[in-house]
Design a protein. Structure first.
Length: 93
C-alpha cells in the first residue's frame, strides 16, 4: 500500500487501494429492479443509477462504484443478498 509523508508533520499518510464494484447484466432482473437496488445500495441518484444499469444492459457490465475494499465488499455482498442475487464482483483498480 503506497505511503506519502505529510509535508509539515512528516506523518505517514496511507493511501487505501481502490476497488470497483462491477455489475453484470443478467436475464433475471428487470431494469427497474436493478435501478432501485443500485439507488438503495450506493445512495446514487435515479439518474446515475439508470446510466449504470443502461451501461450494464448495453455492454454486459458496468462499474457501479469505485471505493475502498471494505465498502466494496459490503456493497457486493448486499447486492448478492437479494433474491435472486445480482451478478456482481469487485476488482482492484
Amino acid at each position: 500500500m503506497p505511503t506519502l509523508m505529510e509535508p509539515k508533520t512528516k506523518t505517514p499518510i496511507v493511501i487505501e487501494p481502490l476497488y470497483q464494484v462491477v455489475l453484470w447484466n443478467d436475464n433475471v432482473h428487470t431494469m427497474p429492479e436493478v435501478i432501485k437496488a443500485i439507488m438503495k445500495t450506493f445512495g446514487h441518484t435515479r439518474s446515475l443509477s439508470k446510466k449504470i444499469v443502461s451501461e450494464a444492459n448495453d455492454n454486459g457490465k458496468a462499474i457501479a462504484e469505485v471505493e475502498g475494499q471494505e465498502q466494496a465488499v459490503l456493497h457486493r455482498d448486499q447486492l448478492r443478498g437479494y433474491s435472486p442475487p445480482f451478478v456482481v464482483n469487485i476488482e482492484k483498480v
